[in-house]
Design a binder for this molecule. Sequence first.
Ligand code: TXA
Ligand code: MG
Length: 330
Amino acid sequence: METETILVDRNVNKEETYSQAVEMLQTGEVVAFPTETVYGLGADATNAEAVAKIFAAKGRPADNPLIVHVDSKESALNYVQNVGPKAIQCMETFWPGALTLILQTKPGVFAENVTASLSTVGIRVPNHPVALNLLKRVKLPIAAPSANTSGKPSPTLAEHVYHDMEGTIPLILDGGATMIGIESTVLDMTSEPPVILRPGKITKKDLEAVIGTVRLSSEIQGNIPKSPGMKYIHYAPEAPVYLIEKTDGLIEKAIAHVQNDGKKVAILSSEKHPSADYCFPLSEETLYASLRKCDQTDADLILAAISADANRSEAMMNRLEKAADHKWFS
Ligand code: TXA
Ligand code: MG
């Protein structure tokens, strides 16, 4: 069934907009809102029917659990149990912020489809005025995955959400461009030492400075993905993406090679490549918007320029490897 989707400007009728959004959430509707990482597709985490609408809108597999958003550490503690001192330290240091903690849920507090029937839940306090305002007013835990169609790049602008969700959800709150541009770090606090299931802006180093040793799930041998979402194709634009090393004119050679085959190439890079048909910026903040821009071109192939720099962003590499399905141009 087609729904009319309203996209509201952040500066227009603030009070009225929040009341409308709160009422929709409290009556089981889905509302998209900005967080500091990416836009989220929110619904009442205690209402299974409301949560089912999120899965339907995204086309998300039911075995991929959602992150629950709350307004404070105190609220979070109403929903989770067996919270150790390290988890408390993380909450106190990084919340509000881009860190999702996997903790044991109290039985029966969330609708089962939020956690995909796991006994754990991903929970965080977002650091964005619109999200926080909404959470404070609604007085409910809000389940919110990234507001993109499943498999597509996450939305960093309200227009991205509109593109994916028009006709499917009733309301999108426009908060402008998200600040971080890449999803939160997911840290599993039910393992010892804790394990980073999804890298993000808050790094292993940031976490270790506060709670000591932390492991990266990608470094654990024979690791079966514990974050159910990690096994699916992600962040992928229409044209195939290849990673390419930023060395010795390799990119220029690749561009010529593709163009010789009569094909068009888009480059994602922190540098300019005038010989490419299209060139879009590559950084944590611009990654998703650039992947989406590729979809608006007739490029047959996308090359993402990767430096061998040891300081390169772990989070960005993680998303790019998935977008490229680990393919390197050679
Ligand atoms: O920055 C973010 O985290 C954004 C904004 C909207 O807050 N949300 C987001 O949600 O990225 P989503 O649903 O797209 O990603 C949730 C990730 C998935 O990889 C999922 O598998 C994992 O968190 N996850 C959720 N609950 C989990 C659990 N109980 N155990 C392990 N992984 C879990
Ligand atoms: Mg997502």
